[in-house]
Design a protein. Structure first.
Length: 304
């Protein structure tokens, strides 16, 4: 496995740095222990967080961190580590601090311009792959691709079927990350900038499969403060959280081949509403699948 690239230091603003007792010399192991203790009261994955942050700083895969723990940590690295630990203490997600997040079989670059890919979304990927596996040269579209997680997982999973994978996003910052990920993973995806289907030029052929993890959180959801580091654009969609899904449903049928499948991720309390919207829009065989936690998280239907 190649070394992870050093995450760019994006915070040019001074931020509070935890007291680092006179920068006493210490090994990476000492600082790892210190960081885990610092994070204990703030994260239920303190040890893992401390390891991921240190591994990213040392440009070492986390699985090989153990081999690097005997060496002393330079003052410059200690300062950077302490600053990251402090940001983690304040609640910033590890993925944004390390600049990486695992999703499906992929290791993705992320920054705060994209939603952090979540294991919940693997339910959608699994369903999409099962369905598309029988098609030769399937045409796939991921709407609101963010980091590119879903589009890239599908491109990777269907490699043998020579798929044509398209992905859109309204955010240029998100598309930059998605394109970087595609380049790093050497997976071909046609990226287009624009809102949902508006990003596609006329003349683009219809798709066998359209998928999306759109924003679906209600604008006044009490959990939003927990998601404050992530782009609001990727999270909220009107008073009931269903505005984006309604927008997608307006045009989805015209971009699907007859018999094509539409899959939408949604919140665990939105399944009945999304199934009703799919049925009203004329989709057939409407179904919902549950995530690993047993919650109804993805609904889909076929274009008759
Ligand atoms: N699943 C995310 C959350 O609630 C929301 C993602 C989304 O809106 N697409 O943490």
């Amino acid at each position: 496995m190649s070394a992870m690239p050093l995450p760019p230091i994006r915070d040019t603003q001074p931020r509070p740095v935890a007291p680092v007792e006179g920068l006493a010399p210490g090994t990476a192991q000492d600082w790892l222990g210190w960081a885990a203790r610092e994070l204990e009261a703030h994260s239920d994955s303190a040890q893992a967080d401390a390891e991921v942050l240190l591994a990213a700083l040392l440009q070492t895969p986390r699985s090989q961190l153990r081999g690097a723990l005997e060496q002393p940590l330079s003052a410059a690295l200690v300062l950077r580590y302490a600053a990251q630990v402090e940001r983690r203490r304040q609640g910033e997600p590890v993925a944004y601090l390390s600049g990486r997040q695992g999703f499906w079989t992929l290791d993705l670059q992320v920054d705060n311009g994209v939603l952090i890919p979540r294991p919940d979304t693997e339910t959608l990927v699994e369903w999409a792959l099962q369905w598309a596996r029988d098609l030769a040269a399937p045409r796939l579209l991921d709407l609101g691709t963010g980091s590119g997680a879903i589009a890239l997982a599908l491109a990777d999973g269907l490699r043998q079927r020579t798929p044509a994978v398209w992905a859109t996003d309204v955010s240029p910052a998100a598309l930059r990350i998605a394109r970087d990920n595609a380049r790093e993973l050497q997976l071909p995806v046609e990226f287009r900038e624009g809102s949902w289907f508006e990003a596609l030029e006329s003349g683009v052929s219809p798709f066998d499969l359209i998928v999306s993890n759109p924003p679906y959180v209600a604008a006044d959801d009490p959990h939003l403060p927990d998601l404050r580091y992530e782009p609001r654009l990727a999270l909220t969609a009107g008073v009931d959280g269903l505005d984006a899904i309604r927008d997608i449903l307006c045009d989805a049928a015209t971009w699907l081949k007859p018999g094509g499948l539409l899959l939408l991720e949604h919140g665990c309390d939105q399944a009945a509403a999304v199934r009703a919207l799919l049925n009203q829009t004329g989709f057939a065989g409407v179904q919902t699948r549950r995530d690993l936690g047993g919650r109804e998280r993805v609904s889909g239907g076929l274009r008759p």
